[in-house]
Design a protein around this ligand. Structure first.
Ligand code: AHM
Ligand code: MG
Length: 332
């Protein structure tokens, strides 16, 4: 099957990136290298995750493994792996990570890009060997090359992303990303050490029969959201909630469904972070013909008010997102 960019299923990520770059004659390859760096870091994190039950990485930070070495919590270790790979690559001038309050400056102020990152999302799943993920979002910096990037480089808004995606460490490890020409999914072949194109041009079904939210919090949701959920149940929808955004989003992207983390009285902005969770996932959703909204507008049009700002989110199948949006804003 000729799929994305005229390349067949089974094409390596590397070839795919080369083909993509060849479409932009002026491209010098920095961006391609950046995607490779992310793939490399995710392979290393994948290896650690696979061995974590044995190596003691599943433990809390400060715990000691069998060799008596101090262990890092896996989310911290994933954070370090990504920082290192992105720093070594040289294309990235600064990074924002869920694991650190401040902007992290690399050794490469000449880098053209900045990256926002959740190195290990859903890490509360980790102790029990359930799926986790990495989420990333890339911008071309607006500050002058050669200087230290500032918050403004990261706060450009979701529509200014130049690439975004996630890695799902599940039964298979997958890299799913967009550069604004649709969404492509690559499955990791551990025997080759390569990501292979497996899900070209992913399209999210317009209608789905799954909703994903933390049912334990439903009483705290807005009445309109509760009504919408009641209607979902009456229509025979299933509930599926892994508690790892990447895993829940990925299932709904492929099969159709709605992921939501609404705001509540106590937490009007919910839990999901704009820069490295909501923006990248929202762009992926839109690129796959789905939608992602906050309370009244597209997530991608939300103005980020801080590096770690949060947003309510409803993301997935276009029809379901539209329905929940209409339920919450009946005058729309
Ligand atoms: P994290 O970045 O601290 O892991 O939090 C984000 C995670 C998402 O992966 C998941 O969808 C959500 O938090 C689950 O939260 P809750 O336990 O409140 O349902
Ligand atoms: Mg997270």
């Amino acid at each position: 099957i000729m799929a994305a960019l005229g390349l067949p299923i089974g094409t390596t990520l590397d070839r795919f990136i080369k083909r993509q770059q060849s479409q932009y004659p002026s491209a010098v390859g920095d961006f391609s290298q950046l995607i490779r760096d992310i793939a490399l870091a995710s392979k290393i994190v994948n290896r650690e995750i696979n061995r974590a039950g044995l190596s003691g990485l599943a433990g809390m930070a400060g715990s000691t493994n069998v060799q008596g070495e101090m262990q890092q919590k896996l989310d911290l270790s994933a954070h370090i792996r990504f920082l290192r790979a992105l720093n070594n690559g040289g294309e990235v001038a600064a990074i924002v990570s869920e694991e650190e309050e401040e902007i992290i400056h690399t050794d490469h102020p000449e880098g053209k890009y900045v990256v926002a990152l959740d190195p290990l999302d859903g890490s509360s799943n980790f102790d029990t060997n359930v799926s986790v993920g990495t989420i990333f979002s890339i911008y071309r910096r607006t500050s002058m090359i050669g200087t230290a990037p500032t918050a403004a480089d990261f706060l450009q808004g979701g529509r200014r992303q130049v690439a975004a995606g996630y890695v799902l460490y599940g039964p298979s490890t997958m890299l799913v990303f967009t550069t604004g020409n649709g969404v492509n999914g690559f499955t990791y072949d551990p025997s080759l050490g390569e990501f292979m194109l497996s899900h070209p041009q992913i399209q999210c079904p317009a209608q789905g029969s799954v909703y994903s939210c933390n049912d334990g919090y439903v009483d705290a949701y807005d009445e309109s959201v509760r009504h919408y959920l009641t209607r979902c149940r009456e229509q025979g929808c299933s509930a599926r909630y892994i508690g790892a955004f990447v895993a829940d989003f990925h299932r709904n992207l492929l099969k159709g469904g709605l992921y939501m983390y609404p705001g509540t009285q106590q937490q009007p902005d919910g839990k999901i972070r704009l820069l490295y969770e909501a923006f990248p996932m929202a762009w992926l959703a839109e690129q796959a013909s789905g939608l992602a909204v906050a309370n009244t507008k597209a997530i991608l049009d939300v103005t980020p008010r801080g590096l770690h700002a949060r947003t309510p989110i409803f993301a997935g199948s276009a029809q379901m997102v539209t329905d929940v949006l209409n339920a919450t804003n009946p005058k729309n």
